[in-house]
Every structure is written in structure tokens, then in C-alpha cells.
Ligand binder design. Sequence first.
Ligand code: AMP
Length: 592
Amino acid sequence: METAEAGHADIIGWFEHVSENACKAQSETLRRILELNCGVEYLRKWLGTADVGEMDDNTLETVFTSLVPIVSHADMDPYIQRIANGETSPLLTKEPITVLSLSSGTTEGRQKYVPFTCQVTQDILQMSRLSAAYTSRCYPIREGGKILEFIYAAKVSKTPGGLSVGTATTLYYASKEFKTKQETTKSFTCSPQEVISGGDFVQCTYCHLLLGLHFSSQVDIVASGFSYTIVQAFSFFEENWREICADIKEGNLSSRITSPCMRRAVLALIRPNPSLASQIEEICVEMESNLGWFGLIPKLWPTAKYVSSIMTGSMLSYLKKLRHYAGGLPLVSGNYVSSESLIGVNVDPQLPPEDVSFAVVPTFSYFEFIPLHRQKQNQQDMPSDRDSVEEKPVPLSQVKLGHEYEVVLTTFTGLYRYRLGDVVEVTGFHNGTPKISFIYRRKLILNINIDKNTEKDLQGVVDKASQLLSQTTQAEVVDFTSHADVKASPGRYIIYWEIRGEAEDRALEECCREIDAGFVDHGYVVSRRMKSIGPLELRVVERGTFGKVAEKFVGKCGSLNQFKTPRCTTNSVMLDILDASVVKIFRSSAYD
Ligand code: AMP
């Protein structure tokens, strides 16, 4: 059997080769995608009967990019809906699509499905191995060690046509590739499958922590998908460590774990361990009283070499807290991935998250980049106002250092010239492939965890709730804004409403519930169900508050005519005005 080190050398050798020949790798990738799927309805529509097999690389790329249009999810949605409804003729791919994955974001207020094939789980495996190889060069770990991994699989459901639907991570954790990854990297997750797919954030987190502590002497890595989850898990630990400790002492499991199969699986792994329990207790008492939980991770997991998760983009807001828990332990920022395609690997794991960029892996998809020139930024710090002027897309080989681009993907799963919606900056090159850093997601305004809601989503749900208010009361909404409260634990959305007229509390409570339930973005729904995002709050402000906000900001904006209430704000001056004017607060009961 191959050692982990030999496996690491193999995969790094492979990546060095494809990145040196990135341009060639891209041409070959495009050719493979088109040959695999030639003749499918979507490609026939744009390429007609063109024989891609007969074309040289340059002609192929020119024909493809001049005939096939750049699209967004809304354009692909009718095809994906037909697949979801059970149509089996080759629409996007020749091989039938039997599984759909739920990407974050929505299309016209509906959940966003993207095709999923075994190619995706294989690519995730390839990416994990590549990443493990680069990271182990900086931070070597033991073979056979453990990872305290805060990972959560949601439920797999069925479409009307009988296809399975789940998030890409849910589908991956249930795949054989997830097992293969542990075997080839020779690092094993502490928690069994029954905990990973337990479906309740609190119960799963409790078990992840309990098992992480039970195996603490073997833990090399503390990890999660996005860093929000690690921060949530340890803030839960601060409140509940005594109960966890008691379970370790007695080899028992708290009655708060109600899932029988999770109970069985955890109880089968643990044994009473009074000496470990008293060590943990001593450390926790000291951390609680004197240290404010600084360095919690290395104190409780002294053999851990690093903390790993996605820490870039919107996750930067949790970095301070993560550093606090990590003490001096290195933070290794996770790769750049999406449900549509894997994108880039972090080849510099030693860099702090603020400086991390990702080397594009040119075999995962055919990548194009739309050059963007940002317009002057609005004073109100609105991501949706940061939209930019676009130019003609360029291939991977033509991106320029320091320039910003929107990523466009052509994937093995049947997305052709598909706008991902992410804006990246080219920060360097790894051999012949660009290194890109994530800048922001276009049009995104509300984002705490894996949820992603745009201004349009917000407007849609608030409109519905406003209608409900005017139908059931003598009141109407005059103006509104929102805020993603990442300081609360767990994080939550806050909606500020100014209303005119009289409204009973019960009606407003119902509006609050309606808004919370109205966000159908799968990332939000799953996070709310699992309680990793807290109940949405509706804060009613006194009459005239938005007028005060406008007055305050007009100075900066120029003229009152030009002022538009931002639909989401992180501006502390604006939040102070709003919070000082709150007359009533309602908490949603939508997911109670
Ligand atoms: P999803 O569609 O739910 O699979 O989420 C994928 C999206 O998450 C990407 O399109 C990015 O907007 C964001 N994302 C993924 N990886 C990173 C990363 N390393 N840094 C910042 N944002 C990321």
C-alpha cells in the first residue's frame, strides 16, 4: 500500500505538470467536455451539427466562444427543471443526470439546482488530496491521525421526477470518495456517518465535540467547510463543556441527543474516561475564568497542527474569533470551490487567510473570465452597488495580474459558459495557471453561513410580508432595510421596518414569520433548520427614522433626490440610528 507521502508527491507532480501546461490543459478540457456531450439538445441549439472532433484547438475555442452565449442560472433553469421533472432525453449531458445539487442562491426566488454527476465527487476527492499534499509539506501530520471535523450533511430529497437532490457536500459525505479521501490521505474524521448526517446542528455539534475530545490525543487537524461553523461550535462548547465533560467521565451520552442511531453510533465509540474528563475540566475552568477561552483549540487538542476551513470572502468576519480560539496555531484557509465546479487550490497554506489566493486547476472545467472595471464605490458600503462595467470574456491564458474578473464556467456536468457570479482578482501565477483571490459575490447582500441572498430575494420576501400587513391591518410599510448580524451567536438576519398606521403585535409576528420562511435559498433553509442561523428579527422603528437616516447620509451623497435607502447595511452609524429608534422587536417562529 502506498504511503501518504508517496501519494502526496504523485498528486503534486500531477498538478505541477497541468499548471505548467495550463493553456493546453484548458483546450483539452474543453474538447473532452464537448466530445462527451456532443449532440445534446442545448449544444445542438448553439453549435448545430459542427463536428468538434475535426477542429484544431484554436478553432474549437473560437467556434465555441463565438456561438455559445454567456448565460446565467436563469437561462439554464428551464433545462434543469425538465431534468428535475424526469425528462431523460439528453438535454445538457449525454450521460443521464440522476442527481441534482442545491447550490446557494436562488433563481427568480426558487431554489437553485445544478446538475451533479460522479465526476463532481471525483473532483472533490482530487481537490482534497491536492490540498492535503500541499498542506502536509508545511505542516506534516501523522499517518492514521484524526480530524476533528465539524461537518454536517443535510437531507437528500426527491424532485417531482424522482431525482435525488442534496447539497454538494451532503452528496459527497455519502459517497465512496469521502471514504477514499480518508484512506488515501490517511487522516480520519472523528465522527461516524450517523453524526455527520444527524440533521440537527446542536446535536451533531455536541457529538463532534464529545468525540473530538474522546480522541483528543490523536487529533492532528481541526476543520470545517466554512469557518463560521468552527466559531459556532466552540461558542457552543463555552456554554456546554460541563455536560460534555460529564459524558466523557461516565462514557455516557446526554439526553439532549434524541436521535437513536446517533446515540447508538456514539455510545459504541466511547468508554468512561475519568482522568481525561478531569484534565479537560481543569483546562476549561482556567480558560473560563482567566483567559476568555483564548487558545481553546491547542489547549484541548495539544497535538493539533493546524485549523483548516474556508476563511476568505464573507468568512473573514469570523477570523478574529477563530484566531482567538486557535491561539498561535496556524490557520490554513480552504480551497475555492462551488457546487457548479471546483475552482482553485490553496498552494500556499502557510499564508494568513487575508493573503490567500487559489491556483486555478485547469482540468476541472473550462474557465473564462469577464474583465470588470469597478465603478466608483457608493458611500453606503453596499455590495450590490459595487457592480462594474464588463468587457468581453477572456480565456484563462489571457488574464492579467491585478485585474478583476467574473468567473465563467463550462463544466462536465452540462453548464456551458455559465456565470458563477463571483468576482476574483488575479494576484499571481502558479506556473502557467492564474492564482486568484475571491473578492465578492455579485449582488449578494445577506450572508452569514452557507446562505446567500440577493437584494432581489430580500425585496421579494419583504414585498410579500408587506402585502400581508396591509391585508390584515390598517398599516403599511413605509421603508425598510436589513442587516446580517454576525456578532450574535448564532448569527441572524435583522429586518428594520418603518410602518404607517396601526398594526397589532400578532399581525407583525406573522409578518416576521413570513419573511423568515420566505427566504428559500437552500443554504439559508438548511442553516435555519439546523439552527446554525438564529430566528430572524423584525425590528419596527418609530415613524420618521428612515428620514433621519436619509438626512444623516445626504451630506455624503450630495442630494436628497439621489439618496436611496440601502436594502442592507453594515454601516455602524446607520445601525446606531436604527437601533436607537426601535419600538418593537419580533422573533420569527418559522423554524421552531
Ligand atoms: P455553493 O453555490 O453553495 O456551492 O457555494 C459556492 C460559493 O461559495 C462560491 O461561488 C463562492 O461565492 C463561495 N466560496 C466558495 N469557496 C470560497 C472561498 N475559498 N473563499 C470565498 N468564498 C468562497
